[in-house]
Design a protein. Sequence first.
Length: 504
Amino acid sequence: MLLKLEGGEPLYLQVYRALCRAIEDGRFPPATRLPGTRTLAQELGVSRTVVLQAFAQLESEGITVGSRGSGTYVRARSDREPLDDVHRALPRPASLPVPFRADLPGPSPWALRMFGAMPPADRTAPAGSGGDLLDFTDQRPFQDAQGSRRWRQTLMEALQERRGAPQDIRGVAELREAVAQELRQERGIVADPQDILIVSGIQQARDLIARVLVQPGMAVGVEDPGYRGVRATFAAAGARVVHCAVGPNGLDVDAHAQSLAEARLLYVMPAQQFPTGAVMPEAQRLRLLAWAYLEGAYVVEDDFEPEHRLVSQAVPPLFALDRREQVIYIGAFAREFFPALRMAYVVAPPALRRYLAAAKWVADRGAGFLLQRALARYVASGEYQRNLRRLFVQLAGKRERLVSSLACHFGPRALVEGDAVSGTLLVHFPEAPAAQVDSLVAEATLSGVRVGSAHVYYAHPPAHLTLLLRYAHVASGRIDEAVRRLAEAYGNAIARPPLRACAR
């Protein structure tokens, strides 16, 4: 084992102090057995007597305990006396500052921007201690037994194929063919399989696009609110991020024409904006494209799971409307239903395809090929769409119950935004100040319902309290009870006049 002996002290003290450091650093957690004295002596190049003396010192101070015939074990900190001042002074790597030495290179500008762009953790309620806690923050995949069984079967079939990794960095050919077919049938997008790049999740798609297109100081428009990873990705690439407020119909490019005057890239989610659920009408999409043509800008279209939304799917994607090859289309495979896949795809204009493929080659050598082959089977068989539509029915029923219950318990004090069925619901509370969100979250937990703030998704949060409710894992029959508990917590935390009674 690696133990560094330091100083001009007697050898047994050097061994003793090295073991102290290893224990304090967590290399030997409580109840861990230390190496045998003969083994340790041989590895350190000292006599066994030296090691025995060091072990005796550790045991005399209550740091370890010996068991005849079994060995020497580290005692739990609560079971031993506090270390004396000498032990407290032992350096611990985890607590040492990490300045960059003048003779070594420091982090690059990209690394500094990336570190600065990392968003803070979500401000959600702490995990429940058990009991009857109804959870509106559960982000686990939503899947039924039939879907799970069929997906396991498909994985096993793919695993039994004895095939090497494909040579094409763009991804497994059969998956790109399945995606092209899926896009033609479900989204009206005509794309050749050669045009499609399989990537390791939506976040990698964003990162590759930023690396290929963004130059330091370049203006990039993003929606507000939106995924924090979008803002962070372009900020890390050196972009000047322009935040565009999302309205009832999504991003209105005319309303932000002045702030977007210098933007050369715009990231939008027209099919189903997250977290608002807004859907951009076709006329507004055409105006957005006209702006892109006039300004000479690319548009990144994140087609956020259009398979499960209440509104008509008759509105074509921006990519299908584009006539000048200025839209980059990215899609994922049902992020709520199969998030563990971390699989997505990019369909880019011809001028960018080779550059994106090269960026992917530099980033890695391709998304998991086994999962790609399994997903190709799953999509081509039609099971993927059947699964989504079956789960959509379940989610739609839960959403209807949740919206109805919010209206019943809160009335006009709770305003639901958007009409999408995606397992999440953005809810505004206009009468409650945003500063009281933590109080409501804590009070709700005490009332037996767990909720999370939506303010983390905003660059410019609203002045009033806003929650994002994830309802996929709340049983349909208990949604009204969960909302009743939330209403009780709201009354206690916000200190407003009592909410009206809700008869059921």
